[in-house]
Design a protein around this ligand. Structure first.
Ligand code: ADP
Ligand code: ASP
Ligand code: MG
Length: 402
């Protein structure tokens, strides 16, 4: 059997944890399996590196930032290689160049395109445990790239797909996927199973336990994915195509604080206005999420939308530079907003979900700014300070607790 095991930052934060990981990998290796280990940077090392960069230059060039950030994962894999050696186990550490993990060229948010498997196969055939850097890749200019925060999960799933692994295990500091972040909602319940689609929505809407692209890839290549703890042997959560329906309407609640609401006020109420506005935003590669357009009155209307916080300054500048062309009166920006979502395939056939969520928020005296829905989720935009309270209220209302 070939297994890919990924360990996140807290799981390799110090010497003791590194040996803990090595020993867990050894169990698989000694049972006769081929083992590929994907590691993140130790502890909060990626944050430390970002702070170092910003101390030198508050807008560091993205290429240089990736050059710096990729050192974090290289430290982990090298130390893990040394730990295996100390345990008398043959192992080799490899970075994105040595494997050859090819990505698109966008620094800081690259997508994996192709992984060469020859070197890894060769090392596995020589009975070595292969320890690979997560989060990083190389682009067509032979530069390092990174896959976006939390991207090591995606490295692991992509490797599992490329190597046709039998299993891909994501080891982290919680023992599975819960109905909400257990740090915010203490009575959240661990799920035994969840579908790719529900997990994808939860991850995209802020459940940081998995990088959303890792779930996308797992679904595309049908990689059976398990999330479990590196610190205990509890069974974890399996993410797969179809799960046994437990009669649950909702699978979970997620929140995302990295959102900004931009309102463009006093736009002319005629065809083509939304097109012109969002065309400008799209050309700048800015992701727009929720959109709300007011009903036209006196020949004008307002359009509000949300963008990721780190893109909001760029979005506002583009709009301000084009106020005449857009014939808009005013732009209003609010960074103190958060999205709270409920996700669940069961809501497709149940019309009461949105109302129940709104009732829970009303009960907690939380005002809703914007609403958006899909077949399997309802998202509201609220004031950022209310995020945790909203999550708990909604979670309770749907009876998701343990
Ligand atoms: P790693 O460094 O192992 O990748 P992360 O910090 O990226 O770990 O992800 C694990 C964290 O995700 C948990 O500590 C938990 O606070 C958070 N989390 C958010 N939503 C959920 C959820 N629905 N279920 C479990 N954990 C969640
Ligand atoms: N070290 C990277 C980060 O902190 C990647 C990861 O942990 O998955 O974002
Ligand atoms: Mg992570």
């Amino acid at each position: 059997m070939l297994v890919v095991k990924k360990f996140g930052g807290t799981s390799v934060a110090n010497k003791e944890r590194i040996y803990n990981v090595a020993n867990r990998c050894l169990e698989d290796y000694r049972a006769g399996n081929q083992v590929v280990v994907v590691l993140s940077a130790m502890g909060k090392q990626t944050d430390v590196l970002i702070d170092m960069a910003k101390d030198i230059n508050d807008k560091p060039p993205k290429r240089e930032l990736d050059m710096l950030l990729t050192t974090g994962e290289q430290i982990s894999v090298a130390l893990m290689g040394m730990a295996f050696d100390a345990l008398n186990v043959p192992a080799v550490s490899l970075n994105a160049f040595q494997v050859a993990m090819h990505t698109t060229s966008v620094y800081g948010n690259a997508r994996l395109k192709r992984i060469d498997t020859e070197r890894i196969r060769h090392e596995l055939d020589n009975k070595k445990i292969v320890v690979v850097t997560g989060f990083q890749g190389i682009n067509k200019y032979d530069d390092f790239t990174t896959l976006g925060r939390g991207g090591s999960d995606t490295t692991a799933v992509a490797l599992a797909a490329a190597l046709h692994a039998d299993k891909c295990e994501i080891y982290t500091d919680v023992d599975g996927v819960y109905t909400a972040d257990p740090r915010i909602v203490p009575n959240a319940r661990k799920m035994k199973e969840i579908t790719y689609d529900e997990m994808l929505d939860l991850a995209t809407l802020g459940a940081g336990v998995l990088h959303n692209r890792s779930v996308e890839l797992a679904k595309k290549y049908n990689v059976p994915l398990v999330v479990r703890s590196s610190l205990n042997t509890s069974e974890g959560t399996t993410i797969k195509e179809v799960v046994k329906v437990e009669g649950m309407l909702i699978s979970g609640v997620a929140a995302e604080k990295n959102a900004t609401r931009i309102s463009v006020i006093g736009l002319e109420d005629r065809p083509g206005v939304a097109f012109r506005l969002f065309n400008l935003i799209a050309k700048a590669n800015i992701n727009v999420d929720m959109i709300l357009q007011s009903i036209g009155r006196d020949g004008t209307k307002d359009i509000s939308f949300t963008v990721p916080e780190d893109m909001s300054d760029d979005a506002v500048k583009i709009i301000e530079d084009n106020m005449d062309m857009l014939r808009a009166h005013q732009v209003d920006v609010n960074k103190d907003v958060a999205k709270v979502s409920v996700v669940g395939a069961g809501m497709m056939s149940n019309p009461g979900v949105a109302a129940k969520m709104f009732e829970a928020l009303f009960g907690a005296d939380i005002n809703i700014n914007m609403i958006s829905t899909s077949e399997i989720r309802v998202t509201v935009l609220i004031s950022e300070k209310d995020t945790e309270r909203a999550m708990r209220a909604v979670h309770d209302a749907f009876g998701l607790e343990d």
